[in-house]
Design a protein around this ligand. Structure first.
Ligand code: HEM
Length: 522
């Protein structure tokens, strides 16, 4: 197995400190490279530039799309930019949580995970920050995090959240939309993620894995597991949810384009979103090329499925069929653009996150041969060579513990963000409207107040709980200790939780039945 890349996720930047040297991670972090340029700007100039660009961007972008979106959008975008100016110019309010007095965006960008650990150690579970001019509260206190994500979910929405910019990639899909649009899309998508639907995908998950093993994994050798898993999770997602098999060439184009887009987001984060997407820079050209390539793949999937459906009278077979057949009260179906946004969201939210989980799990298995041997032994006892299927993977308690423990130590989403839609009181602090709240699974999963030996990889810590309840119970309600949320929590939790868990168990079981892993060079 070759070295692992940084476990990035759509909403965060690639960081070198996500990649422990014990796994020999690759260097050359995009965010770090771009940081060197940024350090020449003073923070004040940076904030002013960013605000001017926000306004400029709002006006020009809307003017360019005037015909399509109308002048209401111009007003809304300008209001948003003005609200931002107002936040930049207003000092942090009295009653804001304590934190560093200066703007700490450069510290954050230099090493996001190290920064999170440091400020939480210094200021505790609720830290007030000025980050790139934005008012931000970092939460790692379980009770307060719960309030934001669950109890006060109506007040803390996605719209306006700093550092989670809407973009031409995600459009207005499930991950970023709010209110009635989000509710409708979530309802439409829910059936595809119910237990019975997920069970029906398991066979395809197993056969895709065996195909991967047969083509690239026979004999002994080195594999770049992250790259293999990216291709595999793409294949599984498109097959299970969109009823479509991509060719290897199409798959490589899509994973390459998703990688380019994520690199772009990492770069955007490290340059403070100074340059709007439409501005003619080489990075923007590259990014727009990646989005165009993804658009062409996604529209291709929609069109070919629509053709197939029009030629047959069969009931819906996958999520895309449901979305294609759905109509609102007035008998109108979803627009092509809305369909594209949903499919793109599922690709972006579900494909790389799952590949990161699988890659880190393999890294831990390779790094802990005794754990790998115990997982393989369990497989032998429970499956005795049979195909991993929904009924029998539920019995693989140790493998489930391995996955839960990997998600604890390496949550692919290391922060989730919300924005206060109104002035709100939280834990005795007064947060004005527009405050961004970041909840950090990364820090909470390693807090010694909630976990014994928090830095150690110990699947055994889950076994008692798993004996009493299925693994999925650990993933809801922020875990039994209130400090475990790899898939988020509350109404905006991950719709793909069951899908991702089934995929992880089936893929890992299929692999461990046929292959043993060690770190390359060991
Ligand atoms: C290991 C794999 C995964 C991890 C760690 C993960 C993590 C997360 C997290 C933390 C959130 C909540 C974000 C927030 O609160 O702002 C989320 C939301 C979401 N995830 Fe996942 N995810 C994974 C796999 C998947 C899969 C396989 C799919 C679909 C195929 C998916 C689709 C989504 C969608 C659509 C949302 C937005 C839900 C909403 O806002 O209603 N995810 N995911």
């Amino acid at each position: 197995m070759s070295s692992l890349p940084c476990p990035a996720q759509p909403n965060s930047c690639h960081t070198a400190d996500c990649c422990p040297s014990e796994f020999g991670a690759q260097g050359g972090c995009t965010g770090r490279r771009r940081m060197q340029g940024l350090q020449q700007h003073s923070l004040q100039r940076y904030s002013i530039y960013r605000t001017i660009y926000d306004l400029w961007s709002a006006v020009i972008e809307t003017a360019l799309q005037e015909g399509a979106r109308g002048s209401q959008d111009l007003v809304a975008s300008t209001e948003q930019a003005l609200a931002r100016v107002n936040r930049l110019l207003t000092p942090l309010p009295e009653g804001f949580p304590a934190g560093p007095s200066d703007d700490v965006v450069l510290d954050f960008l230099r090493s996001p995970l190290g920064f999170l650990d440091r400020v939480v150690q210094q200021y505790g579970g609720s830290v007030g920050l000025r980050l790139g001019g934005e008012r931000v509260v970092l939460l790692t206190d379980p009770a307060l995090s719960r309030q934001v994500l669950i109890d006060l979910a109506a007040t803390f929405g996605k719209e306006g959240t700093a550092f989670f910019p809407g973009s031409s990639l995600a459009g207005n899909g499930l991950l970023v939309s709010d209110g009635p649009v989000w509710r409708r899309q979530r309802q439409l998508s829910n059936p595809a993620f119910r237990r019975s639907a997920i069970d029906s995908y398991a066979q395809a998950m197993g056969s895709a894995t065996r195909q991967m093993l047969a083509t690239g994994w026979s004999g002994s050798g080195r594999r770049d597991v992250y790259s293999d898993f990216n291709a595999l999770t793409l294949q599984i997602t498109t097959e299970a949810l969109f009823g479509k098999n991509l060719t290897a060439d199409q798959g490589a184009k899509v994973t390459g384009a998703i990688g380019t887009a994520f690199d772009f987001f990492a770069g955007q984060a490290s340059t403070g979103f100074i340059i709007p997407e439409w501005f003619p820079t080489p990075e923007n050209f590259q990014y727009r090329g990646a989005v165009a390539s993804l658009d062409s793949a996604v529209y291709g999937i929609i069109d070919s499925r629509q053709r197939e459906l029009s030629l047959s009278a069969q009931p819906p077979q996958c999520l895309l069929d449901n979305l294609l057949m759905t109509e609102d009260d007035s008998g109108r179906g979803m627009s092509r653009e809305a369909l594209r946004d949903e499919l793109m969201t599922l690709l972006v939210a579900g494909q790389e996150t799952s590949a990161i989980l699988l890659a880190w799990t393999c890294a831990y298995l390779a790094h802990h041969p005794a754990v790998q041997a115990r997982a393989a032994e369990e497989l032998l006892q429970v499956l005795d060579g049979a195909e991993p299927l929904p009924a029998n993977v539920q019995e693989l308690r140790y493998l489930q513990a391995v996955v839960l423990e990997t998600l604890r130590l390496r949550p692919p989403a290391y922060i989730v963000g919300r924005c206060a839609a109104t002035d709100v009181s939280l834990g005795g602090h007064q947060l004005p409207k527009g405050t961004t709240v970041l909840v950090s699974p990364w820090v909470m999963h390693r807090d010694p107040q909630h976990w014994s030996q928090p830095e150690a990889f110990l699947p055994e810590r889950w076994l008692d709980q798993l004996a009493a309840k299925p693994a999925m119970a650990e993933l809801s309600n922020m875990g039994t200790n209130g400090a475990y949320l790899p898939f988020g929590a509350g109404p905006r939790n991950c719709i793909g939780t069951g899908f991702a868990m089934m995929e992880a168990l089936v893929v890992l079981a299929s692999m461990l039945q046929e292959a043993a892993m060690s770190l390359s060079g060991s």
